[in-house]
Design a binder for this molecule. Structure first.
Ligand code: SAM
Length: 287
């Protein structure tokens, strides 16, 4: 039975050769060829029968197939039109899979999702193209859909930045962005040997459980402050914020830090998500 599944290296090579398909590096095309990794991603995503899944970048459909077998339906977005004849063939037996050929950063995903599934919860699963990992994550969290979980394979270093805790060298604006929206966890380390072609870097799978939104916290304001705080990583939080170009003098920033109970000589990299939230709530509406 397994020999029919897409994730065997011989089957994938056969399909690629048959269609004369050559991978495009600039599209981040590194395809999975390992069943254990494919199954581990879907296990880690905690997909169950009733789930509707949004996949980004199905490639030739290796992960898509496993998602289709375990969930209710898969809507996948693929930028590379050349993959259409391959996906037509590999997904022919799965009537719960639909592929939209479009750039995920240009498509109105909310409209496409709601047209088909209304308010149904969204589970995102993807082996992301590494050249656009952070813009894609930004766009997905901004979707304003009923998003429940995201499970993504990314470059190992990016996974570490996404999940880093305060005080660690990897901790920064990306860690706070991810934690603002979700509870992240690295669920699997993935060696480069499970892809064709092999990327230069190793990978990791990050599972994110989406948090309820805090209505009092204004997102744009929060991230302006985070960006300013990390603009000068080596300086104190007071110096970073007061030299960033906000329309406030140093004393006003010092007062805000006092009210937020944050010592002005600390560095941004030591502040937790909760401290940044309190800081943001203490800033005026305009600054
Ligand atoms: N899911 C497949 C797998 O695991 O074998 C392929 C993963 S490959 C790392 C990334 C996929 O994303 C490729 O199929 C690539 O063509 C597609 N892709 C790249 N940029 C994209 C974009 N902006 N929008 C949608 N898909 C994109």
């Amino acid at each position: 039975m397994d020999s029919k599944r897409l994730y065997t290296p011989s089957r994938i090579k056969e399909i690629l050769n048959h269609h004369g398909f050559t991978m495009t590096k600039s599209l981040g095309q590194n395809f999975l060829i390992d069943g254990n990794t494919v199954r581990a991603i879907v296990d880690g995503a905690k997909i169950s029968e009733g789930d509707r899944i949004l996949e980004i970048g199905p490639g030739i459909g290796t992960l898509t197939e496993e998602l289709a077998l375990r969930g209710k339906s898969v809507l996948a977005i693929e930028k590379d039109q050349r993959l259409k004849p391959i996906l037509d063939e590999t997904m022919a037996d799965y009537d719960n899979v639909e592929i939209l050929f479009s750039d995920v950063l240009k498509l109105d995903i909310k409209e496409e999702w709601e047209k088909r599934f209304g308010e149904d919860p969204v589970h995102i699963v993807a082996n992301l193209p590494y050249y656009v990992t952070t813009p894609i994550l930004g766009a997905l969290f901004d979707l304003d859909l009923n998003l429940k979980t995201l499970t993504v394979m990314v470059q190992k270093e990016v996974a570490e930045r996404m999940c880093a805790n305060p005080g660690k060298k990897d901790y920064g604006a990306l860690s706070l962005f991810i934690r603002y929206h979700s509870q992240p966890e690295i669920i699997r380390q993935v060696p480069n040997s499970v892809f064709i072609p092999r990327p230069k870097v190793d990978s990791a799978v990050v599972f994110m459980e989406v948090k309820e939104k805090d209505p009092a916290l204004e997102k744009e304001k929060f991230f302006r402050i985070v960006k300013a705080a990390f603009s000068k990583r080596r300086k104190t939080i007071l110096n970073a914020l007061s030299t960033y170009g906000f329309s406030m003098d140093k004393q006003e920033i010092r007062d805000i830090l006092n009210r937020a109970n944050i010592d002005s000589i600390r560095r941004a990299e030591t502040l937790s998500l909760t401290e940044f939230i309190v800081l943001s709530l203490n800033f005026p509406d305009e600054f």
